[in-house]
Design a protein. Structure first.
Length: 278
């Protein structure tokens, strides 16, 4: 049996555009367990989708390349994104997410059913920390590590990014992992996941934590539409509030890391949200 590795395999050459990144993601074969699972799901199918030709491959990101806001999720759903080939499309999580994005002004329509439904995002990019649907919705730590180069490259290509909305604890941890790998933060100490919590990273990037719009959270009332809408309205507010050069573009101009940056700052509003939603 091949021993597990904690090392992250770097890309031979970084992609030069988000389109190139997505093209590479779709061809990824790094995780045999995930690829086998996705292919099997696509072959067997659910009875309700028997007439569908499942996507069955790693799911590319979706949205506006000039986005100032990033929605970072966990992984594709077996009969959602793994079927349709687009993030949060075709399952309960997407049925909860897209109406909120539409009301907040990020999505052109309130319902997403397929890649050909005409959906367009404005000022928002959607991605995830894992690109293949995992068994039981639980990717292994090694599988999450295998996907980190995609997120690292993606963050660098979103030139106007100002705000990241982390959908769930694993997405939140994934963003902090990116921040550590790139020298934006030294430690994760002080960054606690709570719905509505806000942080400003030392490079100026705003982060909002949110519960994931899974059926487990939405059907039980742990995450309500009002709570979720407030998150994305706040994301737009923060994107409009932050002035000057976008944080990630500023980093490239400066040409230096932020390894000696100060401790994380939670905004007053973020603390109020923590109290309200914990």
């Amino acid at each position: 049996m091949k021993p597990r590795s904690n090392t992250i395999e770097p890309m031979a050459s970084p992609p030069q555009s988000l389109d190139e990144l997505n093209a590479r993601i779709v061809k990824c074969e790094r995780c045999p367990r995930l690829r086998e699972h996705c292919v099997n799901i696509a072959a067997v199918r659910r009875r309700a989708y028997a007439d569908w030709e499942y996507w069955g491959r790693p799911v590319p990101s979706f949205g506006d390349p000039e986005a100032r806001v990033l929605a970072l999720g966990l992984a594709p759903g077996a009969h959602g994104s793994n079927r349709t080939g687009r993030p949060f499309t075709g399952d309960g999580s997407g049925d909860f997410l897209y109406p909120v994005l539409h009301e907040a002004g990020f999505a052109s329509q309130p319902r997403g059913v397929s890649r050909e439904d005409g959906m367009k995002l404005t000022d928002l990019w959607i991605t995830s920390v894992a690109r293949c649907a995992p068994p039981g919705n639980k990717p292994t730590p090694e599988e999450l590590r295998n996907c980190t180069p995609w997120l690292d490259a993606e963050m660098g290509l979103l030139r106007n990014l100002r705000v990241v909305v982390c959908l769930g604890r694993i997405a939140f941890d994934g963003l902090l992992g990116w921040a550590q790998r790139t020298g934006v933060i030294v430690s994760r100490s002080g960054y606690a996941f709570r719905h509505g919590a806000e942080y400003t990273l030392p490079n100026g990037l705003a982060v909002i934590a949110s519960y994931h719009p899974s059926l487990q959270n939405t059907n039980t009332g742990k995450l309500t539409r009002a709570m979720f809408l407030a998150v994305f309205k706040r994301a737009r507010e923060l994107a409009n509030k932050v002035g000057g050069i976008p944080p990630l573009r500023q980093n490239k101009i400066a040409g230096s890391g932020h390894g000696t940056s100060p401790a994380p700052q939670a905004t007053k509003r973020g603390k109020e949200h923590e109290k309200a939603y914990t």
